[in-house]
Design a protein around this ligand. Structure first.
Ligand SMILES: Cc1cc2nc3c(=O)[nH]c(=O)nc-3n(C[C@H](O)[C@H](O)[C@H](O)COP(=O)(O)OP(=O)(O)OC[C@H]3O[C@@H](n4cnc5c(N)ncnc54)[C@H](O)[C@@H]3O)c2cc1C
Length: 301
């Protein structure tokens, strides 16, 4: 029986484990793929306080080392279900674990275009975050894929740094807010291309161009230094939908307190409804959720 079981070993989950161990609670972190989460896809991170520059993998290694040093148990397994009761049963693919409380920190995945070699180019020309990676493209040419609010915000941010920004949208219209569309239309270095799909990604190691096809079947090749894919995120909460309330996009319904409408269950990081999804905001959630879970465990005594 663990005091706290953390589902997900990204920045939110590992910070939650760290805080729980510092409060002397027994902790198990269950991760289905790679400890460190999404940040392991980034070859260069420059906005984590205390580190001028490091790779996502280096950061992940430091986080895991720290929680293990503090005495947390870790498991590689996929959590399939949580059975809520007096205690919580966490059902994994290969085993079952009992906990007095559970912190769900399962993050989100960026929706991909589904093109060949797309995952190879992540971190080598494909990015999902102008705040994180925009500075690497200063004075360069980039394409933002998508036409919703996120895509338009990314394009505006990038237009302050880049020589040229293409916005490529599959629909005939942009779907982001009118206000953002107005701002986009005023930027001289942004060109909007609607009714157009990205059909192919080209480049040796780094992405160097994309092949576009419009709805008349006309093809063009766009030479770019980078591509920002902004076609949405998929929160990884499906397995928990029987125990925690989710919004219509699948994010856990919780505010900054990380408390959900289920006793003894807490949520942290990108998997919850929030505006800013970054390492530092995920870590902040991890600390909050953990201290709330510690209070809950203490209240059972
Ligand atoms: C390419 C890229 C570059 C980025 N660059 C930056 C940057 O420079 N700076 C910055 O601040 N942010 C950056 N981000 C965003 C940052 O990585 C995320 O905001 C942060 O990782 C969120 O942390 P999290 O712990 O909430 O979720 P995640 O990092 O998504 O971690 C969740 C973990 O839970 C695991 N999981 C999911 N479901 C289950 C399950 N059922 N059972 C067990 N485990 C499960 C996942 O495998 C994952 O490891 C970047 C993201 C990407 C994709």
């Amino acid at each position: 029986m663990y005091d706290i079981i953390v589902v997900g070993g990204g920045p939110a989950g590992l910070t939650a484990a760290l805080y729980a161990r510092r409060a002397n609670k027994t902790v198990l972190v269950i991760e289905k793929e790679t400890f460190g989460g999404q940040i392991t896809h980034s070859p260069c991170v420059e906005n984590i306080p205390g580190f001028v520059k490091l790779s996502g993998n280096e950061f992940a290694e430091k986080m895991v080392e720290q929680v293990m040093e503090q005495g947390a148990d870790v498991e590689i397994d996929e959590v399939m279900e949580i059975i809520d009761g007096e205690t919580k049963t966490v059902v994994c693919e290969g085993a079952k674990f009992e906990g007095k409380s559970v912190i769900i920190a399962t993050g989100a995945k960026h929706r991909l275009l589904g093109l060949e070699r797309e995952t190879d180019f992540i971190g080598n020309g494909i990015s999902f975050c102008a705040v994180c990676d925009g500075a690497f493209y200063e004075g360069k040419t980039v394409a933002v894929i998508g036409g919703g609010n996120s895509a338009l915000q990314e394009a505006l941010m990038l237009s302050d740094l880049c020589k040229k920004v293409y916005v490529v949208q599959n629909l005939d219209i942009l779907t982001g807010e009118k206000k953002l569309q107005e701002l986009i239309s005023k930027r001289e270095n942004i060109e909007v291309i609607t009714g157009t799909l990205v059909k192919e990604l080209k480049g040796e190691v780094d992405l160097s161009s994309i092949l576009l096809e419009n709805n008349k079947g006309e093809k063009t090749e766009l030479v770019i230094d980078g591509m920002f894919v902004a076609i949405g995120l998929i929160p990884q909460n499906d397995f928990a939908k029987n125990v925690i309330p989710l919004n219509s996009y699948g994010y856990a319904l919780a505010d900054e307190s990380c408390v959900v409408d289920a006793k003894g269950i807490f949520v942290a990081g990108d998997c919850r409804q929030k505006q800013i999804r970054q390492v530092v905001t995920a870590c902040a959630d991890g600390a909050t959720a953990s201290l709330k879970a510690c209070d809950y465990v203490d209240s059972l005594k």
